[in-house]
Design a protein around this ligand. Structure first.
Ligand code: GDP
Ligand code: MG
Length: 457
């Protein structure tokens, strides 16, 4: 093999698609856990990452007899909350993901968010494969637990095969209407021009071996350069969380480079750049997801690509979605601090400063960005006058109360996936500031719309 093969990092994969197509369930199925049932409204609203070591992939794909071909150390899968999440996955320079799985429900075909996902994938030039999920729902499907899809298909009756082919043809046509050629992966002779479809069931596991193998083979075949490990640290904060016994921690995805215990780091914070040093580098046990609680493994150093929990002092106001920078001995700290703020400023600069509008508050930079984008769409069109990341405090209520004199109905806080402190709640009631909370973006809109209609009456 070529020398470069020896030094590949794990490809990073994200899962996209319309709500309820089975994104979370697919991950659960590979992992053998059940995260899906604990989610708000069944919708994934926080992102997590799961590392699948190569041995595991080898084991899951052994029926496909391809074990000689694995060159990457593993696969890092990011479980994204629908389309809005993709905005979370920004990283310096390039997108965080090397490849995406676009999940389509075989019973529903392309849905509105499938198309939005496609737009984002096209915009970012991200490679993807299509998981045509829920094949077990074809009428009369015979379960072949965790079997490769061709083997499972051979077990099916003519009727099931016919229904499958009919639905597949329909979906291929729908993709064509979006300007994309797609084909069943084992019939696809022009990978790269034509996107591959892998039929799957996240419930009984048919097609999962095929999906894993295709991801790994396709990335290591076509992305050698991108996957060649680089020393320059490239790292994105996914979540900021308080963990008992550890204080405020950040969950990050390390795309490239090495992090060490004791490294001096810079992360964008709500009150300016945070300069601190890494106290502990923690990972969950392999195959467990970062957001599932449990014991952690401590590391002296960690090499990309990996999902990592970092503990350090002063992370309370760190902003999820921002980049993490490592300060090396020769680096100019001021320069790095400026760079750390660029992400935040690009979001801040998007709001219309005309002065009239609601206040918007969200848990991460990415979700704030998604929420702002959503509020801007013509069908929604809610003006925004102020934004913030993290819990709603008294000062946020004070800020919103400024609107009471200008335009009373805008004296409102739309809070997405964040808590409201009791003091803030009390003050809001006192002043007449409305706070709407939801962990699904669309619900915020519904609540605000109902409120506006109420005012009109
Ligand atoms: P997400 O919104 O895309 O993350 O979808 P979920 O993973 O939350 O799944 C939505 C619903 O579809 C849940 O009730 C799942 O149990 C169900 N589901 C997901 N995948 C499959 C599948 O392959 N077959 C069947 N029959 N149901 C599935
Ligand atoms: Mg989900």
């Amino acid at each position: 093999s070529k020398p470069s093969d020896a030094n590949l990092r794990s490809p990073i994969c994200c899962i996209m698609g319309h709500v309820d197509t089975g994104k979370t369930k697919l991950l659960d199925c590979i992992r053998g856990t059940n995260v899906q049932e604990g989610e708000a409204g069944g919708i994934t609203q926080q992102i997590g990452a799961t590392y699948f070591p190569a041995e595991n992939i080898r084991d899951r794909t052994k029926e496909l007899k391809a074990d000689a071909t694995l060159k990457v150390p593993g696969l890092l899968v990011i479980d994204t909350p629908g389309h809005e999440s993709f905005n979370n996955l920004r990283s310096r320079g390039s997108g965080l993901c090397d490849i995406a799985i676009l999940v389509v429900d075989i019973m529903h075909g392309l849905e509105p968010q499938t198309k939005e996902s496609l737009d984002l994938l096209k915009m970012r030039n991200t490679e993807f494969i299509v998981a045509l999920n829920k094949v077990d729902r074809l009428y009369g499907w015979k379960t072949c637990r965790n079997a490769p899809i061709r083997k499972a298909m051979l077990q099916q009756s003519k009727d099931v095969q016919n229904e499958f082919n009919m639905r597949l043809d329909q979906i291929v046509t729908e993709f064509k209407e979006q300007g994309l050629n797609t084909a069943l992966y084992y019939k696809n002779k022009e990978m790269g021009e034509t996107f591959s479809i892998v039929p799957t069931s996240a419930i009984s596991g048919e097609g999962i071996p095929d999906m894993l193998l295709l991801l790994v083979q396709w990335t290591q075949k076509t992305m050698i350069e991108k996957l060649t490990y680089s020393d320059e640290v490239q790292c994105t904060v996914l979540e900021v969380k308080v963990i008992e016994g550890h204080g405020t921690t950040i969950d990050v995805v390390l795309v490239n480079g090495v992090l060490h215990e004791g490294d001096q780091i810079v992360v964008a914070g709500m009150q300016g750049p945070i300069v601190t040093s890494i106290r502990a580098l923690l990972t969950p046990h392999p195959m467990k997801e970062l957001r599932v609680k449990g014991s952690y493994i401590h590391h002296k150093e960690i090499k990309a690509a990996m999902g990592i929990k970092i503990t350090a002092q002063g992370l309370e106001h760190a902003i999820a979605g921002a980049s993490l920078y490592v300060v090396k001995p020769d680096d100019d700290l001021e320069h790095i601090k400026t760079a750390a703020l660029e992400d935040v400023e690009s979001v801040l600069s998007r709001i219309d400063r005309s002065g009239e509008g609601v206040c918007v508050q969200a848990s991460t930079l990415g979700s704030l960005e998604a929420l702002l984008e959503f509020l801007k769409t013509p069908a929604v069109n809610i003006p925004v006058s102020a934004i913030s990341i993290g819990p709603v405090h008294k000062k946020d209520v004070m800020k919103a109360s400024v609107m009471l004199e200008k335009k009373r109905e805008y004296s409102t806080i739309l809070a997405f996936d964040v808590k409201v402190t009791p003091e803030a709640r009390e003050l809001a009631d006192e002043l007449g500031v409305k706070i709407f909370i939801a962990d699904i973006i669309y619900h915020l809109f519904d609540q605000f719309k109902a409120y506006m209609e109420n005012i009109k009456d």
